[in-house]
Write a protein of this length. Structure first.
Length: 227
């Protein structure tokens, strides 16, 4: 099945991004998602301190987490795709994003082991995991929701992540990378041995983008809107 968010974060980002999109409020484009009832601040900021609760007295529903965010990455998300607004734009330091969704000791131990493995592999290609910023948003193309994910590595060429994609996808043996023009962008496509496109990747400056869809038409609409 498709593995969102640059196989570096396989099994982690897909869960956390889905949780973020379903549990957090829908802010205006460029802001960060905050707990229900909270007020979203300017692009990449939040009026709620990470970890703080805004649950009304007498209620038991817990809000989704909020993050301080990264204004520079948030500003790069398109305002519209295919004539529809991009929603649920959230940015956070990747480590903070992961930690916000770890709720049990067993999950904490499992996540720590995966983080340690990622840290070592990234270090080998000159990337410090602690510096990576994660971003997520949702586009609507032809009535379907399409995830837009981004990884920002401040001061580095994000192509480094894409070029080393296969280092992190050992569970998808047989995957190949090819260059294709999609939505006017020079995109790296990850395909299985049967030709199934599992990831659409594009780097610009210090940001690596991924579009979460198996449809080339949907991917093209998103890439056409990216900077």
């Amino acid at each position: 099945m498709p593995r969102p968010a640059l196989a570096v974060f396989a099994g982690l980002v897909v869960v956390f991004a889905s949780a973020c999109g379903s549990s957090a409020a829908t802010p205006g484009v460029g802001g960060t998602s905050g707990p229900a009832g909270a007020t979203s601040g300017p692009a990449g900021t939040s009026s709620v301190t990470p970890g703080a609760s805004s649950v009304a007295p007498g209620t038991s529903i817990q809000p989704g987490p909020s993050f301080a965010g990264d204004p520079e990455l948030a500003a790069k998300f398109p305002k519209q795709v295919d004539g529809q607004p991009v929603t649920n734009v959230t940015t956070a330091r990747f480590i903070d994003f992961i930690s916000a969704f770890v709720t049990t000791p067993s999950a904490d131990a499992s996540t720590k082991a995966e983080i340690d493995a990622m840290r070592q592999t990234l270090s080998a290609i000159g990337i410090d995991l602690n510096t990576i910023v994660f971003g997520y948003g949702t586009a609507t193309v032809n009535g379907s929701s399409v995830g837009i994910q981004a990884l920002r590595i401040p001061g580095q060429d994000a192509n480094k992540l894409i070029q080393n994609y296969l280092l992190f996808s050992s569970s998808n043996q047989g995957d190949t990378l090819s260059k294709e023009t999609i939505g006017g962008k020079n995109v790296t496509v990850v395909r299985s041995s049967t030709g199934f496109a599992s990831a659409w990747l594009y780097a610009t400056g210090d940001i690596a983008w991924e579009v979460s869809t198996s449809s080339q038409d949907e991917a093209a609409a998103v890439f056409a809107a990216l900077p």
